[in-house]
Design a protein around this ligand. Sequence first.
Ligand code: FAD
Length: 304
Amino acid sequence: QFADALKSIARREDFKAYIGQNPLIYRILRRAAAQYVTGDRRIHGLEAADRLQAKGYAVSLEYIGENTANEEECKAAVSELLALIGDLRERGTPARVSFDLSHIGLSLDTELAAAHLLTLAETALQAGIELFISMEESAKTDKILSVYEGAAARYPNIGITLQAYLHRTAEDLSTKLPASARVRIVKGAYQEADGVSIPRSEALDDRYLELVELAVRQGNRVSVATHDERLIEKIIDQGWYGKPEVEFEMLYGIRPDLSGKLKAAGHPVRIYLTYGHEWYLYLCHRVAEYPPNIYRAIAAMINE
Ligand code: FAD
Protein backbone atom coordinates (compact mmCIF):
# COMPACT_ATOMS: atom_id res chain seq x y z
CA GLN A 1 0.00 0.00 0.00
CA PHE A 2 2.89 2.29 0.87
CA ALA A 3 4.44 1.48 -2.50
CA ASP A 4 1.22 2.15 -4.37
CA ALA A 5 0.59 5.42 -2.53
CA LEU A 6 4.10 6.63 -3.31
CA LYS A 7 3.84 5.75 -6.99
CA SER A 8 0.44 7.35 -7.38
CA ILE A 9 1.69 10.58 -5.79
CA ALA A 10 4.66 10.59 -8.19
CA ARG A 11 2.32 10.22 -11.17
CA ARG A 12 0.12 13.18 -10.24
CA GLU A 13 0.37 16.23 -12.48
CA ASP A 14 0.11 18.56 -9.47
CA PHE A 15 3.09 16.79 -7.85
CA LYS A 16 5.15 17.33 -11.02
CA ALA A 17 4.06 20.99 -11.09
CA TYR A 18 4.86 21.40 -7.39
CA ILE A 19 8.43 20.17 -7.65
CA GLY A 20 8.85 22.12 -10.90
CA GLN A 21 7.89 25.35 -9.14
CA ASN A 22 9.93 24.81 -5.97
CA PRO A 23 13.64 24.90 -6.72
CA LEU A 24 14.61 23.86 -3.18
CA ILE A 25 12.29 20.81 -3.14
CA TYR A 26 13.44 19.98 -6.65
CA ARG A 27 17.10 20.14 -5.62
CA ILE A 28 16.58 18.06 -2.50
CA LEU A 29 14.62 15.29 -4.25
CA ARG A 30 17.00 15.41 -7.20
CA ARG A 31 19.88 14.77 -4.85
CA ALA A 32 18.09 11.77 -3.36
CA ALA A 33 17.50 10.43 -6.88
CA ALA A 34 21.12 10.90 -7.94
CA GLN A 35 22.08 7.52 -6.54
CA TYR A 36 19.74 5.74 -8.96
CA VAL A 37 19.43 8.03 -11.98
CA THR A 38 22.35 9.14 -14.13
CA GLY A 39 20.83 12.57 -14.86
CA ASP A 40 18.07 14.48 -16.66
CA ARG A 41 19.52 14.31 -20.14
CA ARG A 42 20.50 11.65 -22.65
CA ILE A 43 24.14 12.65 -22.48
CA HIS A 44 24.18 11.78 -18.77
CA GLY A 45 23.06 8.23 -19.56
CA LEU A 46 25.48 7.94 -22.47
CA GLU A 47 28.45 9.12 -20.43
CA ALA A 48 27.61 6.79 -17.56
CA ALA A 49 27.30 3.96 -20.09
CA ASP A 50 30.76 4.74 -21.46
CA ARG A 51 32.25 4.81 -17.96
CA LEU A 52 30.74 1.45 -17.03
CA GLN A 53 31.64 -0.18 -20.31
CA ALA A 54 35.22 0.95 -19.87
CA LYS A 55 35.17 -1.00 -16.58
CA GLY A 56 33.92 -4.15 -18.28
CA TYR A 57 30.16 -3.99 -17.69
CA ALA A 58 27.49 -4.31 -20.35
CA VAL A 59 24.71 -1.73 -20.01
CA SER A 60 21.00 -1.17 -20.53
CA LEU A 61 19.63 2.35 -20.89
CA GLU A 62 16.14 3.54 -20.05
CA TYR A 63 14.64 6.92 -20.80
CA ILE A 64 12.35 7.16 -17.76
CA GLY A 65 8.60 7.36 -18.31
CA GLU A 66 5.39 5.39 -18.08
CA ASN A 67 1.63 5.69 -18.58
CA THR A 68 2.00 8.54 -21.04
CA ALA A 69 -1.30 10.42 -21.10
CA ASN A 70 -1.59 11.70 -24.68
CA GLU A 71 -0.45 10.87 -28.18
CA GLU A 72 1.85 13.85 -28.49
CA GLU A 73 3.83 12.82 -25.42
CA CYS A 74 4.03 9.25 -26.73
CA LYS A 75 5.49 10.56 -29.98
CA ALA A 76 7.95 12.69 -28.02
CA ALA A 77 9.03 9.58 -26.09
CA VAL A 78 9.52 7.66 -29.34
CA SER A 79 11.57 10.55 -30.76
CA GLU A 80 13.78 10.51 -27.70
CA LEU A 81 14.28 6.75 -27.96
CA LEU A 82 15.12 7.06 -31.67
CA ALA A 83 17.64 9.78 -30.81
CA LEU A 84 19.10 7.54 -28.12
CA ILE A 85 19.49 4.66 -30.61
CA GLY A 86 21.09 7.09 -33.08
CA ASP A 87 23.57 8.33 -30.48
CA LEU A 88 24.46 4.82 -29.40
CA ARG A 89 25.12 3.90 -33.01
CA GLU A 90 27.27 6.97 -33.57
CA ARG A 91 29.29 6.41 -30.41
CA GLY A 92 29.63 2.68 -31.10
CA THR A 93 28.10 1.89 -27.70
CA PRO A 94 26.47 -1.56 -27.79
CA ALA A 95 23.88 -0.75 -25.10
CA ARG A 96 20.48 -2.35 -24.77
CA VAL A 97 17.58 0.13 -24.85
CA SER A 98 14.82 -0.60 -22.32
CA PHE A 99 11.40 0.97 -21.96
CA ASP A 100 7.82 0.53 -20.77
CA LEU A 101 5.27 0.05 -23.54
CA SER A 102 3.01 2.41 -21.57
CA HIS A 103 5.61 5.13 -22.20
CA ILE A 104 5.01 4.84 -25.96
CA GLY A 105 1.24 4.48 -26.00
CA LEU A 106 -0.03 1.29 -24.34
CA SER A 107 -2.16 3.18 -21.81
CA LEU A 108 -3.96 4.98 -24.66
CA ASP A 109 -4.22 2.42 -27.45
CA THR A 110 -2.55 -0.96 -27.91
CA GLU A 111 -2.23 -0.43 -31.67
CA LEU A 112 -0.41 2.85 -31.12
CA ALA A 113 2.13 1.17 -28.84
CA ALA A 114 2.53 -1.68 -31.34
CA ALA A 115 3.16 0.73 -34.22
CA HIS A 116 5.68 2.70 -32.16
CA LEU A 117 7.46 -0.49 -31.18
CA LEU A 118 7.84 -1.51 -34.83
CA THR A 119 9.31 1.90 -35.69
CA LEU A 120 11.82 1.57 -32.87
CA ALA A 121 12.64 -2.05 -33.72
CA GLU A 122 13.39 -1.26 -37.36
CA THR A 123 15.76 1.60 -36.48
CA ALA A 124 17.38 -0.41 -33.69
CA LEU A 125 17.88 -3.42 -35.97
CA GLN A 126 19.72 -1.28 -38.49
CA ALA A 127 21.84 0.17 -35.69
CA GLY A 128 22.62 -3.27 -34.24
CA ILE A 129 20.86 -2.34 -30.99
CA GLU A 130 18.74 -4.62 -28.83
CA LEU A 131 15.42 -3.35 -27.45
CA PHE A 132 13.99 -4.61 -24.21
CA ILE A 133 10.38 -4.31 -23.05
CA SER A 134 9.80 -3.90 -19.33
CA MET A 135 6.89 -5.62 -17.59
CA GLU A 136 4.28 -3.50 -15.83
CA GLU A 137 1.21 -4.19 -13.63
CA SER A 138 -0.50 -7.54 -14.21
CA ALA A 139 -3.55 -5.76 -15.66
CA LYS A 140 -1.32 -4.95 -18.64
CA THR A 141 0.50 -8.29 -18.99
CA ASP A 142 -1.70 -9.72 -21.76
CA LYS A 143 -1.47 -6.56 -23.82
CA ILE A 144 2.29 -6.26 -23.32
CA LEU A 145 2.85 -9.87 -24.33
CA SER A 146 0.65 -9.61 -27.39
CA VAL A 147 2.44 -6.45 -28.59
CA TYR A 148 5.76 -8.15 -27.88
CA GLU A 149 4.77 -11.34 -29.76
CA GLY A 150 3.64 -9.37 -32.81
CA ALA A 151 6.91 -7.42 -33.00
CA ALA A 152 9.25 -10.24 -31.98
CA ALA A 153 7.90 -12.40 -34.83
CA ARG A 154 9.38 -9.81 -37.20
CA TYR A 155 12.33 -8.46 -35.26
CA PRO A 156 14.87 -10.69 -33.52
CA ASN A 157 16.34 -7.75 -31.59
CA ILE A 158 13.50 -7.45 -29.07
CA GLY A 159 13.63 -8.95 -25.58
CA ILE A 160 10.96 -9.16 -22.91
CA THR A 161 10.94 -8.93 -19.11
CA LEU A 162 8.98 -11.53 -17.14
CA GLN A 163 8.05 -11.32 -13.45
CA ALA A 164 8.67 -14.42 -11.34
CA TYR A 165 6.05 -13.38 -8.76
CA LEU A 166 3.15 -13.85 -11.20
CA HIS A 167 1.57 -17.31 -11.19
CA ARG A 168 1.17 -17.17 -14.97
CA THR A 169 4.83 -16.62 -15.82
CA ALA A 170 6.04 -20.21 -16.33
CA GLU A 171 3.34 -20.67 -18.95
CA ASP A 172 4.11 -17.33 -20.60
CA LEU A 173 7.77 -18.24 -20.71
CA SER A 174 7.13 -21.56 -22.39
CA THR A 175 4.47 -20.37 -24.86
CA LYS A 176 5.10 -16.75 -25.82
CA LEU A 177 8.80 -16.50 -26.62
CA PRO A 178 10.40 -17.29 -29.98
CA ALA A 179 13.29 -19.78 -29.80
CA SER A 180 16.51 -18.24 -28.48
CA ALA A 181 14.72 -15.01 -27.56
CA ARG A 182 16.31 -12.89 -24.85
CA VAL A 183 14.34 -12.79 -21.61
CA ARG A 184 14.98 -10.77 -18.45
CA ILE A 185 13.68 -12.44 -15.33
CA VAL A 186 12.82 -10.17 -12.38
CA LYS A 187 11.02 -10.88 -9.12
CA GLY A 188 8.38 -8.20 -9.84
CA ALA A 189 7.91 -4.72 -8.43
CA TYR A 190 4.16 -3.99 -8.29
CA GLN A 191 1.52 -4.46 -5.61
CA GLU A 192 -0.82 -7.09 -7.04
CA ALA A 193 -4.22 -8.44 -5.97
CA ASP A 194 -4.38 -11.70 -4.02
CA GLY A 195 -4.24 -14.77 -6.18
CA VAL A 196 -2.21 -13.13 -8.93
CA SER A 197 1.26 -13.23 -7.43
CA ILE A 198 3.31 -14.44 -4.48
CA PRO A 199 5.19 -12.12 -2.13
CA ARG A 200 8.95 -12.09 -1.44
CA SER A 201 9.61 -15.52 0.11
CA GLU A 202 11.58 -18.71 -0.32
CA ALA A 203 8.77 -19.95 -2.53
CA LEU A 204 9.39 -16.97 -4.82
CA ASP A 205 13.13 -17.65 -4.85
CA ASP A 206 12.46 -21.31 -5.76
CA ARG A 207 10.15 -20.21 -8.52
CA TYR A 208 12.74 -17.74 -9.78
CA LEU A 209 15.30 -20.55 -10.00
CA GLU A 210 12.82 -22.78 -11.84
CA LEU A 211 12.14 -20.05 -14.37
CA VAL A 212 15.84 -19.48 -15.03
CA GLU A 213 16.28 -23.21 -15.52
CA LEU A 214 13.28 -23.40 -17.86
CA ALA A 215 14.55 -20.47 -19.91
CA VAL A 216 18.06 -21.95 -20.16
CA ARG A 217 16.66 -25.35 -21.19
CA GLN A 218 14.45 -23.69 -23.82
CA GLY A 219 17.54 -22.04 -25.30
CA ASN A 220 16.62 -18.51 -24.32
CA ARG A 221 19.31 -15.99 -23.58
CA VAL A 222 18.66 -15.01 -19.98
CA SER A 223 19.27 -11.83 -18.01
CA VAL A 224 19.09 -12.78 -14.36
CA ALA A 225 17.92 -9.40 -13.03
CA THR A 226 18.13 -9.47 -9.25
CA HIS A 227 20.22 -8.06 -6.40
CA ASP A 228 19.46 -11.03 -4.18
CA GLU A 229 22.90 -12.37 -3.31
CA ARG A 230 21.67 -15.73 -2.00
CA LEU A 231 19.69 -16.33 -5.17
CA ILE A 232 22.63 -15.31 -7.32
CA GLU A 233 24.87 -17.75 -5.44
CA LYS A 234 22.37 -20.55 -6.07
CA ILE A 235 22.27 -19.70 -9.76
CA ILE A 236 26.06 -19.75 -9.96
CA ASP A 237 26.05 -23.12 -8.15
CA GLN A 238 23.65 -24.56 -10.73
CA GLY A 239 26.34 -24.12 -13.35
CA TRP A 240 24.06 -22.41 -15.91
CA TYR A 241 25.78 -19.24 -15.15
CA GLY A 242 28.98 -18.65 -17.06
CA LYS A 243 27.35 -19.79 -20.27
CA PRO A 244 27.53 -16.92 -22.73
CA GLU A 245 23.75 -16.76 -22.97
CA VAL A 246 23.22 -16.10 -19.25
CA GLU A 247 24.15 -12.80 -17.61
CA PHE A 248 23.40 -10.92 -14.41
CA GLU A 249 21.71 -7.55 -14.61
CA MET A 250 21.39 -5.01 -11.80
CA LEU A 251 20.00 -1.52 -11.39
CA TYR A 252 22.44 1.37 -11.30
CA GLY A 253 23.12 2.43 -7.70
CA ILE A 254 21.86 -0.81 -6.12
CA ARG A 255 24.41 -3.25 -4.70
CA PRO A 256 27.40 -1.93 -6.69
CA ASP A 257 29.56 -4.00 -4.30
CA LEU A 258 27.83 -7.15 -5.52
CA SER A 259 27.99 -6.30 -9.23
CA GLY A 260 31.69 -5.48 -8.79
CA LYS A 261 32.34 -8.76 -7.01
CA LEU A 262 30.59 -10.77 -9.73
CA LYS A 263 32.45 -8.97 -12.49
CA ALA A 264 35.77 -9.50 -10.71
CA ALA A 265 34.96 -13.21 -10.51
CA GLY A 266 34.58 -13.25 -14.30
CA HIS A 267 30.79 -13.30 -14.62
CA PRO A 268 29.11 -11.17 -17.29
CA VAL A 269 27.27 -8.32 -15.57
CA ARG A 270 25.00 -5.69 -17.08
CA ILE A 271 24.07 -2.46 -15.32
CA TYR A 272 20.66 -0.90 -15.97
CA LEU A 273 20.99 2.87 -16.30
CA THR A 274 18.25 5.45 -16.42
CA TYR A 275 18.00 9.10 -17.35
CA GLY A 276 15.22 11.61 -17.90
CA HIS A 277 13.17 14.43 -16.48
CA GLU A 278 10.79 12.04 -14.76
CA TRP A 279 13.55 10.90 -12.39
CA TYR A 280 11.25 11.45 -9.35
CA LEU A 281 9.03 8.64 -10.67
CA TYR A 282 11.98 6.29 -10.78
CA LEU A 283 13.07 7.38 -7.29
CA CYS A 284 9.59 6.49 -5.98
CA HIS A 285 9.78 3.05 -7.61
CA ARG A 286 13.11 2.31 -5.92
CA VAL A 287 11.91 3.52 -2.52
CA ALA A 288 8.62 1.67 -2.88
CA GLU A 289 10.26 -1.65 -3.72
CA TYR A 290 12.76 -1.34 -0.87
CA PRO A 291 11.41 1.00 1.85
CA PRO A 292 14.77 1.27 3.74
CA ASN A 293 15.78 3.49 0.80
CA ILE A 294 13.64 6.19 2.39
CA TYR A 295 16.42 6.62 5.00
CA ARG A 296 19.05 6.99 2.30
CA ALA A 297 16.84 9.53 0.56
CA ILE A 298 16.39 11.48 3.81
CA ALA A 299 20.16 11.35 4.48
CA ALA A 300 20.79 12.72 0.98
CA MET A 301 18.25 15.50 1.64
CA ILE A 302 19.81 16.41 5.01
CA ASN A 303 23.24 16.60 3.41
CA GLU A 304 21.90 19.03 0.80
P1 FAD B 1 14.69 -8.47 -3.30
O1 FAD B 1 14.42 -9.70 -2.52
O2 FAD B 1 13.61 -7.46 -3.42
O3 FAD B 1 15.98 -7.77 -2.76
C1 FAD B 1 17.18 -8.49 -2.50
C2 FAD B 1 18.19 -7.53 -1.91
O4 FAD B 1 18.58 -6.59 -2.92
C3 FAD B 1 17.66 -6.67 -0.77
O5 FAD B 1 17.77 -7.33 0.45
C4 FAD B 1 18.57 -5.46 -0.87
O6 FAD B 1 19.83 -5.74 -0.31
C5 FAD B 1 18.75 -5.30 -2.36
N1 FAD B 1 17.74 -4.41 -2.98
C6 FAD B 1 16.68 -4.78 -3.71
N2 FAD B 1 16.00 -3.70 -4.17
C7 FAD B 1 16.66 -2.64 -3.69
C8 FAD B 1 16.46 -1.24 -3.80
N3 FAD B 1 15.45 -0.69 -4.49
N4 FAD B 1 17.35 -0.43 -3.19
C9 FAD B 1 18.37 -0.93 -2.47
N5 FAD B 1 18.61 -2.25 -2.32
C10 FAD B 1 17.77 -3.10 -2.92
N6 FAD B 1 10.28 -5.08 -12.03
C11 FAD B 1 9.15 -5.14 -12.74
O7 FAD B 1 8.07 -5.40 -12.20
N7 FAD B 1 9.18 -4.94 -14.12
C12 FAD B 1 10.33 -4.71 -14.79
O8 FAD B 1 10.31 -4.55 -16.02
C13 FAD B 1 11.55 -4.66 -14.05
N8 FAD B 1 12.73 -4.46 -14.67
C14 FAD B 1 13.89 -4.60 -13.96
C15 FAD B 1 15.12 -4.60 -14.61
C16 FAD B 1 16.29 -4.86 -13.90
C17 FAD B 1 17.59 -4.88 -14.62
C18 FAD B 1 16.23 -5.13 -12.50
C19 FAD B 1 17.47 -5.46 -11.72
C20 FAD B 1 15.04 -5.10 -11.84
C21 FAD B 1 13.85 -4.83 -12.54
N9 FAD B 1 12.61 -4.81 -11.90
C22 FAD B 1 11.47 -4.85 -12.64
C23 FAD B 1 12.52 -4.75 -10.42
C24 FAD B 1 12.38 -6.13 -9.81
O9 FAD B 1 11.12 -6.68 -10.07
C25 FAD B 1 12.56 -6.06 -8.29
O10 FAD B 1 11.59 -5.26 -7.73
C26 FAD B 1 13.93 -5.53 -7.87
O11 FAD B 1 14.94 -6.07 -8.66
C27 FAD B 1 14.20 -5.89 -6.39
O12 FAD B 1 14.12 -7.28 -6.24
P2 FAD B 1 15.38 -8.23 -6.08
O13 FAD B 1 15.27 -9.29 -7.11
O14 FAD B 1 16.62 -7.47 -6.10
O15 FAD B 1 15.15 -8.98 -4.72
